[in-house]
Design a protein around this ligand. Structure first.
Ligand code: FAD
Length: 403
């Protein structure tokens, strides 16, 4: 069974490592960047307890390596920019393990190192052509460090090429992401907070929200969001230092101690802010007629409100590996069966996570009220969903036996 993975990001790297141990499988992971060129260096990530649990169950050695590059994500605190605490959750009260917080670039480094030589860098895909023999296989033409190469008769193609997936656009048509009407910026800077910022926290001024936490090696990751008209570009005025100060300062002008430090930071002219808009792509796990599995953001680009993008790429990879290991151990090497079982394992779970992430974005939208919205997040219905989010990570019971 020949498997090609396009993209060595979060999902692709985990699959490249995990598939290498499956008997009868030959795996090639083609990544377009050069070795050591870790994209998204300017971002931090929090990975949920569900990602940690999934990795501990599937690849405990990899879990230990990520943990070594991370700080524990133990709590989730919400307050106003003025300093009034609205919520404080201990993750240990909801899940048996805590989450991780680390630099995105570090996560890539650890995952790519762990996948080793299975990842081929500096690869540009020039064509993916389905075979005409009805097998669903594909031929791939690409260049590797400028040298033309081919990978023919690929039984399974895993599209792990991220939110703007070239493969999904080719085989499934334009992604048509849905804009939700929220502008977002992010930054990663050395920690000069003097202990003010540590674990995961959010601060609201109306629906405008800052989020921040400390990551190794003593840096602060922060992001800020505020409502914009749905579908519109972020108004230039809101990107100015004056605009940002206005958006995040309460009407009475009084900022708490953390709020003052945060607003000074985001309005510091020497600090680089990276801008984007919150959006969600329609869920799509596989192709029919051609053997393509979409994995991670290429399948489920979601709003980042609950920090589930990379977390779900990890969960999906672990679930796909569990399915493939079980089916191959039972002598089943039927690509259609693999695709069908992985899709059944992930479809409802991903739908739930995407919908819950959108639901939790209520306080970020125009007219959102952080006081009542956060109070709702402390009540049993939201807490039950949070428990489902952090704990229901595996392949559903009975699915592998049925397959
Ligand atoms: C600002 C921001 C903050 C975020 N915060 C969090 C968070 O706190 N927690 C969380 O869980 N998630 C977070 N996410 C989401 C998370 O980073 C993504 O969901 C995650 O990286 C998706 O993993 P992936 O494997 O699908 O794709 P990616 O990690 O994006 O990897 C895709 C890979 O494919 C490669 N590639 C793309 N096209 C090609 C091609 N044609 N040929 C070869 N290679 C190709 C790319 O170079 C890349 O290496 C955040 C995202 C953003 C933008």
């Amino acid at each position: 069974m020949k498997i090609a993975i396009i993209g060595a990001g979060v999902g692709g790297s985990i699959m490249a490592r995990g598939l290498a141990d499956v008997p009868g499988v030959e795996v090639h992971c083609l990544e377009r960047i050069a070795p050591g060129d870790h994209a998204e260096a300017g971002t931090g990530l929090n990975l949920g307890p569900n990602a940690v649990q999934a990795l501990l169950a599937t690849d405990p050695d990899l879990a230990r390596r990520i943990e070594a590059a991370s700080f524990a994500w133990s709590s989730w605190r919400v307050s106003t920019m003025g300093g009034q605490e609205l919520m404080k959750l201990a993750l240990k009260d909801i899940a048996p393990v805590e989450g991780w917080r680390l630099r995105w670039a570090e996560l890539y480094r650890v995952l790519r190192e762990a996948a080793g030589a299975r990842i081929r860098y500096s690869c540009d895909i020039t064509a993916v052509t389905p075979k005409t023999d009805g097998t669903g296989r594909v031929d791939i033409a690409f260049t590797e460090a400028g040298v033309a190469r081919t990978l023919d008769d690929v039984d399974l193609l895993i599209a792990a090429d991220g939110r703007f997936s070239q493969l999904r656009a080719q085989f499934h048509g334009p992604i048509n992401a849905r804009q939700v009407g929220v502008g977002i910026f992010r930054l990663l800077v050395p920690n000069t907070s003097g202990g003010l910022i540590e674990d995961y926290e959010q601060w609201f001024n109306g629906p405008a929200r800052l989020l921040g936490y400390r990551v190794p090696e003593d840096s602060i990751y922060m992001s800020g969001t505020f409502p914009i008209p749905v579908g519109a570009e972020i108004p230039e005025e809101m990107k100015t230092r004056e605009g940002l100060r206005r958006i995040f300062t309460p009407a009475d002008g009084i900022l708490g101690e953390q709020g003052r430090w945060l607003v000074d930071l985001i309005t510091d002219p020497t600090v680089d802010l990276h801008w984007a808009r919150l959006q969600e792509s329609p869920l799509c796990l596989r192709e029919t007629g051609v053997n393509i599995l979409y994995l991670g953001d290429s399948s489920n680009g979601m709003v980042p409100t609950l920090g589930q993008g990379a977390t779900q790429a990890i969960e999906s990879s672990c679930a796909a590996l569990e399915v493939i290991r079980a089916l191959s151990a039972a002598g089943q090497y039927d690509t259609e069966l693999w695709l069908e079982t992985i899709t059944r394992a992930r479809q409802d779970r991903l739908r739930f996570v995407m919908d819950f992430s959108m639901e939790a974005s209520d306080t970020l939208l125009a007219g959102g009220d952080p006081i009542s919205g956060t109070a709702k997040k402390t009540e049993p219905p939201f807490q039950a969903k949070l428990s489902q989010l952090y704990n229901d990570f595996g392949v559903p019971d009975g699915l592998l036996q049925e397959a």
